[in-house]
Design a protein. Structure first.
Length: 206
């Protein structure tokens, strides 16, 4: 059983590629549904989890980090809130738990959310990074999501910053470095189909 993690510069087509790879291999695709899993474990609403992701690196993270050694751990906070509780640190703790559970089950494609770090030492896990220049990523968003050029550029910029900030929860800044991955694909030079075939080849000997 194999697991593929797909990290990407926003607009490089990670979700599109992941969907195609999952279809070709008969794997399950893990993307936005991981929010539901985090919400269930933290006993909070999915919208709360989404707000934590959106706040990544912003005021919430600065506040939490400022608590320093007095920050309460996950179990203490959950115990104090009958309806559940989540913040950036708990979010990352739960991501580690959930993504490791998914890896144990195997045969899945995991989109983003630090999978390349959480599963870095796991066997039969393949880490993929998608890159592309800015113009290509903006054009991809225009064509696949029916956006104007201005809308696409704003979204790519916004989510690029959010991605950078999200990894601050992991205390990582090297997420685009090739040594973390088994393969790096320049989506400005490959079709989705060809890229998907390359990713599928990683699992051929499993």
């Amino acid at each position: 059983m194999s697991v593929i993690t797909i990290s990407r510069q926003f607009g490089a087509g990670g979700r599109t590629l992941g969907t195609l790879v999952a279809e070709k291999l008969g794997y399950s695709l893990v993307d936005e549904d991981i929010i539901e899993k985090v919400a269930q474990k933290a006993r909070v609403s999915p919208n709360w989890v989404k707000s934590v992701e959106k706040e990544a690196g912003g005021r919430l993270l600065k506040y939490i980090s400022g608590l320093g050694p007095f920050r309460k751990n996950y179990l203490e906070r959950i115990g104090e809130h009958k309806r559940g509780y989540i913040d950036g640190h708990i979010y990352v703790d739960l991501l580690h738990e959930i993504i490791k559970e998914l890896a144990h089950e195997g045969d899945c494609v995991i989109i983003g959310r630090g999978g390349q770090y959480i599963l870095k030492d796991y066997e039969d896990v393949w880490h993929v990074l998608l890159i592309a220049d800015l113009d290509h990523r903006v054009k991809f968003m225009e064509e696949h999501y029916e956006l104007s050029s201005r809308q696409a550029a704003l979204i790519v910029d916004k989510h690029g910053k959010r991605r950078k900030n999200l990894y601050r929860y992991f205390h990582k800044e090297d997420y685009d470095q090739p040594y973390l991955y088994h393969i790096v694909l320049n989506m400005g030079r490959l079709t989705i189909e060809k890229a998907a075939n390359q990713v599928c080849k990683l699992t051929e000997d499993d």
